[in-house]
Design a binder for this molecule. Structure first.
Ligand code: PLP
Length: 423
């Protein structure tokens, strides 16, 4: 018999976020459809996190696969310097129609990290081109913005950053504002802006994903954004996770009145089909790069910029996002989450439950001494029950594809209730 994928994998593959010395071999997945993953033993798993918030319209969605397949037969890849093509142009029109109105230009990258990287470089060069010297970035504590150097510098989660901290850009940090401490955080920001030459503020709007799906106050964030605007500090909304309907609006930035100067989009942008990201910006940011001096342009490029297949996937994704069916699914899932929340929030092992859009997060109230490998035990319990969730520390969260049925949601909720009883 042929060795399993899981066995063959071990010979040459190096997986992300994995300590290969002691982690379990990976599970071989052979197929995915809708909200379900199928492994090589024939076991099914409900994809409770839409494969890291990408496959929001379901895996192998027929609308998306057919659009990408058609594009594949027409134009596969061309250089995006000096050339343009229909999928890129159509995507720019469709995306601009749903982004906050001040967004006018978009730049292509390959993934979330490089979208943030490009945003940071845009912001730094924006000031440089205007003859201003600004060398400091502002970011939230515990933020996550990706794993390239600029993105890592603004991220605040030390497990990822440890060995590299000596090589980072200059960053100052503020806590994410909660209702109670908004005024204090605003004062800290004011102080930092007066003491440093701040170029930009990079933030995950309303939800800090990797930090454990932590929410913060929209009024608090609004005040921070206003202060940045008043002080010529560009605002960079990292909507890589929150974008494309997860928070109940197309973009989390819509919960604030002050729109960001720059936005980073990826993950659900291409509906789980291809790797691509976009850094969008205002006309004002773009205009700062216009000059007879060629070096004032943005000399930054990725080989696969605006790959036509990825653009085709993104166009199909936006069509689905704005369809009545998906809009209804989004409301339905939010309602299911809220009902489930009502039932379990009094559970003795739960310290907090949060819901925003299709995001549901549950913080477990566990004593530190019992913490141990809690995260791994939770993960294994869920997998045994055929539910793919990736708890973050003591936080269990669900961010299911919009197409997840009520019955499938019920299975996920049941697995959570069962796991609460045995941990
Ligand atoms: C996932 C994520 C990134 C990094 O995206 P990659 O595609 O993994 O490089 C950046 N910012 C946020 C908020 C993310 O959730």
């Amino acid at each position: 018999m042929k060795n399993s994928l899981s066995q063959r994998d071990q010979r040459h593959l190096w997986h992300p976020l994995t300590q290969h010395k002691n982690s379990a071999p990976p599970i071989g997945i052979v197929q995915a459809k809708g909200a379900v993953l199928y492994d090589e033993q024939g076991k099914e798993y409900l994809d409770g996190i839409a494969s890291w918030y990408t496959a929001m319209y379901g895996h192998c969605n027929a609308t998306i696969t057919s659009k990408v397949a058609a594009q594949m037969l027409k134009l596969d890849q061309i250089v995006f310097t000096g050339f343009t093509h229909e999928p890129a142009v159509e995507l720019s029109e469709k995306l601009m129609a749903i982004l906050p109105e001040n967004q006018q230009k978009m730049f292509f990258n390959d993934n979330g990290s490089t979208a943030v990287e490009a945003a940071i470089k845009m912001a730094l060069q924006f000031h440089h081109n205007k003859g201003e010297k600004k060398d400091t970035l502002i970011a939230f504590e515990n933020g996550f913005h990706g794993d390239t150097f600029g993105a890592m510098s603004v991220s605040g989660l030390s497990v990822y950053n440890g060995p590299f901290e000596d090589f980072f850009l200059k960053v100052v940090r503020i806590p994410a504002p909660q209702k109670e401490n908004s005024a204090k955080v605003l004062a800290v920001l004011q102080q930092l802006i007066s003491e440093n030459d701040c170029a930009a503020f990079v933030y995950e709007p309303l939800v800090q994903g990797a930090a454990g799906m932590k929410f913060h106050s929209s009024e608090g964030l609004e005040a921070l954004l206003k202060l940045c605007k008043e002080n010529n500090v560009l605002t960079i909304a990292d909507e890589v996770m929150t974008g494309f309907g997860k928070t109940g609006k197309h973009f989390a930035s819509e919960y604030m009145e002050t729109a960001p100067d720059i936005m980073c989009l990826s993950k659900a942008l291409t509906a789980g089909m291809m790797a691509m990201s976009i850094t969008s910006c205002t006309q004002e940011v773009f205009n700062a790069f216009l000059d007879d001096d060629i070096s004032k342009g943005f000399f930054h490029a990725h080989t696969y910029s605006a790959n036509p297949l990825a653009c085709a996937a993104a166009i199909a994704g936006i069509d689905l996002l704005t369809s009545k069916a998906i809009q209804n699914d989004s409301v339905r899932i939010n309602e299911q989450h809220l009902q489930f929340t009502e039932k379990i929030k009094v559970h003795s092992k739960i310290s907090e439950v949060r819901v925003l859009g299709v995001i549901l997060a549950i913080d477990l109230d566990v004593k530190m001494e019992r913490y141990g490998d809690l995260r791994n035990r939770l993960f294994n319990h869920f997998m045994e029950r055929g539910v793919y969730l990736r708890p973050l520390g003591n936080t269990i969260y669900i961010l299911p594809p919009f197409v997840t049925s009520n019955k499938q949601l019920e299975s996920i909720y049941t697995a959570i209730k069962e796991v609460l009883e045995i941990i």
